[in-house]
Ligand binder design. Sequence first.
Ligand code: MLT
Ligand code: ZN
Length: 470
Amino acid sequence: MTTSSQSKSNFNTRVKDLQNQLPDLLISEDVDDLKNYGRDWTRFIEPKPCAVVFPRSTEEVQSLVRWAKDKQQALVPSGGRTGLSGGAVAADGELVVSLDKMRNIISFNADDRLLHVQAGVTTAAVHAAAVEQGLFYPVDFASSGSSQIGGNVATNAGGIRVLRYGLTREQVRGLTVVTGTGERLDLNQGLIKNATGYDLRHLMIGSEGTLGIITEVTLALVSPPPPLGVMLLGLTGIGDIMPVFNACRHAGRLTAFEFFTQACVEQVCAAHGLKAPLDEVCDCYVLLEFEQATEADEAQMLAAFEQVLEAGYVIDGVLSQSDSQAEELWRYREWISESISHRTPYKNDVSVRIAQVTEFLQSLDQLVTEHYPEFEVLWYGHIGDGNLHMNVLRPEAMSVHDFHSHSERLTDVVYGEVARYKGSISAEHGVGILKKDWLHHSRSDAERALFMHIKQVFDPSGIMNPGKVI
Ligand code: MLT
Ligand code: ZN
């Protein structure tokens, strides 16, 4: 058994060796860097990396991975560190590979409408680059200012417009990846059609750094959407969500259909000093965004609103009259996560088929209330995609550690129900460390055995983000 001082001295020797082998590589052992770069937004695991490195090119990543393979040094790829499942946590002496210095926009091709970027470019910078070309990159979420495109691809990030444009996977036309053997793969190279066997690009998307490090990404940009309208509706109960969803998607082209409860509204209002969004206090709310190219589009959506109001599904509602009002309405949904972060919430990110989502939500809510009446639970999510975020709030007096152990017991109840509905235990946040022990609820024994074989092929030395996903 090694003592902590022995293992620390091993780390230092390792880092010195790395410095000698790759003298141009930026390396930090600064205590603050170790803490910052050793974790993501999860707060349940103490970061303990041996060092952080900042490669600047695919070639430098290749040299680094070859060195790590030789030394059996575990690597943790790290993007904007906004993950919520511990996928970028280095808690066991790993070397963190930050993509922070790989922020170049490499090229744009107008005929192909393809943007080629290094993996460390932020989602917001991709949005801005698309706008500069008169185009649009549709994947968006609250953390887009700091999340990086490599991390988005590694977790197949979702967000608020999946309903209209799909997940990150749908936007990726090419990837450069350095596998666990140090080999460089240039996958799909911007093609739309490519029927030449296994599409390894799609294997890398969502692999959470367990097969290789994504260093460059080629993204398909799309035409900008027409002006968008936003409507926030207060509902009588969860059971009324589906008829409202169906009426609205029949009336126009939806770009988002989000859901949250009154408890979420209270948290956002308290954290940001906002007033309630509607005159009526409602059980739950949906926020929908729709394409409003003509006046007829608005009229049709208003007619749908009248219809659901008359049917008694909706109590009250508001339609944005300007872009700034639309932005204000979005705050009630987009600010929930950040407003509750001081309560170190225990997050579940689950999905079922859309047709089952309200029944699933009702049954889960009942189970949680029955088994754990002492927990304060917030529900919100991308209900138009069948994706719910269940956030259990830590009682102010309970330590983070005790709260985590308590919440894990609740997770067995939640995931049991997810399995009954043949749903997913992680819809968009990834598996990371936090969800790993429950993967069998969503993936069969045969699938998990294949995961292991695939890992073995791309990373035979087991140095790529060990302990994550499988
Ligand atoms: C969201 O939908 O707000 C994000 O996935 C973050 C979260 O779940 O807290
Ligand atoms: Zn989400």
